[in-house]
Write a new protein. Structure first.
Length: 254
């Protein structure tokens, strides 16, 4: 083979190597980009079955939609369900149990509490608002036992509807990132726990009769995270940023 042909062969080989490497780099970059986008999506399942307060369900949907429109760091994809079991929970990152009738939740044959426990234990998130907080607690004093997903958290039944002022702990300030404001109460729980380290916010006034009791707590169960909230961030005065921060924390994005 003469020198000219050898040179052409060498140049061709170099160009082929550059072409193959460029394709590999582009594919890897695209995969990394897609993986990053996928990891930024939080898949949320909202219970809207028997016992759920429709205005609470709709308020949660509005909060998630508003957060998506604001282009925050995570995008929320959500669905609703009237049945909660291992099949309906599959593929989701977070379960939200909205306001409603807590005793109905506990006795509801369409809600499998063991499936919820396994869901959270395996590293997923749970957000319980009002009734969803009562149901997930260890007990509602003087009334009934909850599912015990937060075995250290017990609740006091509150009979109060209106706006409440909360004060945050350092833990709550970190998670809420300045988003906490006065919130709506609709007979949600006052909570107390064996550990004060899990309290995110306290009732700052005595409108509920339970000043300085925990209003919002953040717990872990197995590898998963849980937030129980007595007040309603999804009802007027609606606080979309706060609800989004709660969902982000229980999904381990914070």
């Amino acid at each position: 083979m003469d020198k000219h042909k050898k040179l052409l062969l060498t140049v061709f080989s170099i160009l082929l190597i550059i072409f193959l490497y460029s394709n590999f780099y582009i594919n890897q970059t695209s995969n990394n980009f897609n993986n990053a986008n996928n990891s930024s999506v939080i898949k949320v399942l909202i219970f809207d079955g028997d016992g759920a307060l429709e205005s609470s369900v709709q308020g949660i949907e509005q909060c998630l939609n508003e957060s998506n429109n604001q282009n925050i760091s995570n995008r929320f994809e959500y669905s609703t369900t009237s049945v909660v079991n291992s099949s309906t929970l599959y593929g989701y990152d977070v379960l939200i149990m909205p306001g409603g009738d807590a005793s109905n939740y506990v006795d509801n044959e369409n809600i499998n509490s063991e499936a919820i426990k396994l869901f959270v234990k395996d590293g997923k998130g749970y957000l319980g608002i009002c009734a969803g907080a009562y149901a997930a607690s260890n007990s509602v004093d003087g009334y009934y036992y909850g599912w015990g997903i937060t075995p250290d958290v017990n609740t006091k039944n509150i009979n109060y509807e209106g706006t409440v002022t909360l004060t945050t702990t350092s833990f709550g300030s970190y998670v809420f990132n300045g988003s906490l404001t006065d919130l709506h109460m609709e007979n949600g729980p006052a909570m107390y726990s064996n550990s004060s380290q899990n309290v995110m916010a306290y009732y700052a006034d005595n409108k509920t009769g339970y000043q300085n009791f925990a209003a919002i707590v953040g717990e872990t169960y197995g590898s998963g995270r849980i937030i129980l909230s007595g007040p309603h961030p999804e009802l007027e005065p609606r606080n979309s940023k706060l609800l989004a921060q709660m969902v982000r924390w229980v999904s381990a994005k914070i």
